[in-house]
Design a protein around this ligand. Structure first.
Ligand SMILES: *[C@@H]1O[C@H](CO)[C@@H](O)[C@H](O)[C@H]1NC(C)=O
Ligand SMILES: *[C@@H]1O[C@H](CO)[C@@H](O)[C@H](O)[C@H]1NC(C)=O
Ligand SMILES: *[C@@H]1O[C@H](CO)[C@@H](O)[C@H](O)[C@H]1NC(C)=O
Length: 624
């Protein structure tokens, strides 16, 4: 309430107080009692709120009501306390809260806390197990290195597809109470190894048993992968054509099958567990094409040069060393084949943001490269009709608007409103009155979703769709969202590793920070033409413009982190509620994703006091 300009000041003092209070209360009633959320939305945002909206209205109205709830109560006592923090829900500055209400425009309407973004609940990752018994493996250093690379590749590929990959060892198998029953039975070496796998699997319980040469090579929403991710396996099943590459089953089914095998008369003369149990114990599924299994027979029929090497004891290490690059190239190729329309780099305000989107363009460029493959132009085992990397050049498109297209992968860079306003205004010293008088609100989200949602919607009503594009299962498997201030940095190995786990193959780096070439053997088959695409059909900035953008971006990045900028930043955030919300949402989404993976790796490494990886390394060094 203005005090100096009180219109009641000509009244006697006591009446003044009464009149002021009355006016205040009346205002409050009118203001808070507004049932017309259209007016209210207008109050918060000048963009007209057209009658033609359909779905958006629903969300927006919902959102507006929640904003009403959130207006500070003029009578003092706050109505609700912020929701309690969830466990492990912060990382650096980013804080989040996982809840089904994540699509609401404003997180603070759920958390009652400006800094906490509401994210969708984490997807449950069903376990997938592989068995690796170091004592039964080859001992030479080259083979060991190759096998460790394969295990890493296997874990990364399954993690990227939404699973929790776990490597089991002999100790899990020996932990199974049924282990005793097999211990002194006579049987073939191959069957023995197979039984150990099953004992280890049975010890863990319901889940998927995979060979570490079986890889998911299909879109994230492939029906088979979706089924596996659900984590419910009605029958003990193997997959036709994959040999013993993949089984699914429940704890009870696995145990029953193992008991059948113990009782079997045929145990001493069979090689596979399927042959030792009654025929209908393990169902066979013939309808699937999402899994690539690099079995002996597959290698022989399709990747001759490697198979030749594996046959000869003298070259088996060389042969094994070729498998990781072969499989990695197939994983990458599969990804490129899924996004047939290429990669779209989002650049909604092209006049000012060339430098800002450069990290996204870099990532896009490297994703379009052809990784080294020891069998050039080969296809994955499960995708014989693939388009090889050489014949299929992946397009990069610099797009002014976000397009929801299932065959396009989008890489977007979202700036904090402080950053984008500095760039647009070409001024790193924003002042209060410039912000209020001369800046448009929420410029980024309005520009980015212009095509997706038309021009009639308020910026708030756009948030649910944007959040959907970022964090839904459909959206997150087709896009990568960066914040402009902290994109993935190409000289940070940690950041690049993050990308490896997001994409499920080794993100192409080519040149290591220490300047050494990563692949000792011939370089990439082909590299796309040098960059030019970053301008799209927008204006081509001069060298001076670019220099200017670069220094502005650096300055705002630095300023954003300082105390001195807090006031201006808060005002800009309040002035650009939707852009701020989007930015915080992405910051939290990425932070949580990073944290989820690191936490899982910590868990793995605390297991038995040592990481599974260390366990092998230990054994290896102990063995030699
Ligand atoms: C939080 O993180 C710690 C250590 O990273 C972990 O031990 C704990 O189980 C986590 N809590 C939850 C609820 O995930
Ligand atoms: C994109 O399209 C898919 C499928 O058509 C739909 O489920 C999804 O909600 C859309 N996303 C957005 C942001 O509109
Ligand atoms: C992309 O590859 C080039 C070499 O081809 C490398 O210099 C650059 O750092 C890579 N970019 C990223 C983001 O890794």
């Amino acid at each position: 309430m203005p005090t100096r300009l009180n219109p009641c000041s000509y009244l006697p003092r006591r009446l003044q107080i009464v009149a002021t209070l009355t006016v205040f209360v009346l205002l409050c009633i009118i203001f808070l009692g507004t049932s017309n959320s259209e007016d209210f939305n207008k109050y918060l945002d000048e963009v007209p709120y057209g009658p033609k909206l359909q779905e958006g209205v629903h969300h927006a109205v919902e959102g507006a009501h929640q904003v009403v709830d959130h207006i500070p109560n003029p009578f003092g006592t706050p109505a609700h306390k912020p929701l309690p923090e969830q466990a492990n829900s912060s990382s650096g500055e980013a804080r989040w809260y996982s809840d089904w209400k994540w699509r609401n425009p404003f997180s603070s309407s759920t958390t009652l806390d400006e800094e906490r973004a509401v994210l969708p609940p984490l997807q449950n990752r069903p376990p997938i197990y592989t068995y690796y018994d170091v004592s039964s493996r080859r001992k030479d250093a080259q083979s060991k290195k190759a096998e460790q690379d394969l295990l890493l590749l296997w874990r990364r590929a399954w993690w990227a597809q939404g699973f929790k990959p776990m490597v089991l060892s002999k100790s899990e198998a020996m932990n199974n109470p049924l282990y005793r029953a097999f211990e002194d039975k006579e049987m073939d070496k191959a069957l023995q190894n197979e039984l150990m796998r099953w004992l280890a699997w049975g010890n863990m319980g319901t889940g998927i048993l995979s060979s570490f040469l079986a890889f998911p090579m299909a879109p994230y929403d492939d029906p088979m992968l979706s089924f596996l991710r659900r984590g419910e396996y009605p029958t003990l099943t193997r997959y036709e054509g994959l040999g013993n590459g993949l089984y699914i089953g429940t704890r009870g089914d696995i145990e029953a099958a193992l008991k059948e095998a113990i009782a079997s008369q045929a145990l001493h003369r069979v090689k596979y567990i399927d042959e030792a149990v009654p025929e209908d114990t393990i169902q066979v599924d013939a309808k699937h094409d999402a899994i690539a299994h690099y079995s002996d027979s597959m290698l022989k029929s399709k990747y001759g040069p490697i198979s030749e090497k594996l046959k000869d004891l003298k070259t088996v290490g060389d042969g094994l060393a070729l498998l990781p690059p072969l499989i990695n190239s197939h994983l990458h190729l599969t990804w490129q084949n899924i996004f047939t329309k290429g990669i779209s780099v989002l650049k909604p305000l092209p006049e000012h943001t060339t430098i800002m989107v450069q990290p996204a363009v870099d990532i896009a460029m490297n994703l379009t490269q052809c990784p080294y493959s020891p069998v050039p132009t080969s296809c994955p085992p499960n995708r014989p009709k693939c388009k090889t990397c050489v014949s299929n050049s992946v397009k990069i498109n610099i797009a002014k608007v976000f397009r929801n297209d299932s065959q396009t992968f989008t890489i977007a860079t979202v700036p904090h409103p402080y950053t984008i306003q500095s760039l647009v205004k070409n001024n790193d010293h924003l002042e209060l009155k410039t912000i209020r008088r001369q800046t448009d609100r929420d410029v980024w989200i309005l520009a980015a979703t212009k095509e997706l949602l038309g021009t009639g919607l308020s910026s708030f009503a756009r948030l649910p769709s944007l959040k959907d594009a970022i964090a839904s299962e459909y959206g997150s498997s087709r896009s990568l969202w960066l914040t402009a201030e902290r994109p993935y940095q190409k000289d940070s190995e940690k950041d690049l590793e993050e990308l490896d786990w997001i994409f499920g193959f080794e993100f192409p780096r080519d040149v290591q920070p220490d300047g050494k070439s990563e692949t000792p053997v011939p370089g990439p088959e082909r590299r796309p033409d040098p960059p030019k695409p970053e301008y799209g059909d927008g204006p081509i900035p001069s060298e001076k413009d670019l220099q200017n953008e670069r220094s502005l971006l650096e300055k705002t990045k630095r300023a954003l982190g300082t105390k001195a900028a807090t006031e201006v930043r808060d005002i800009i955030e309040a002035w650009n509620l939707a852009d701020t919300e989007a930015w915080k949402f992405i910051r939290a989404f990425n932070a949580r994703r990073r944290k989820e993976r690191r936490q899982w790796e910590d868990e793995e490494s605390s297991y038995l006091g040592k990481g599974v990886f260390d366990r092998w390394v230990d054994k290896i060094t102990g063995d030699t």
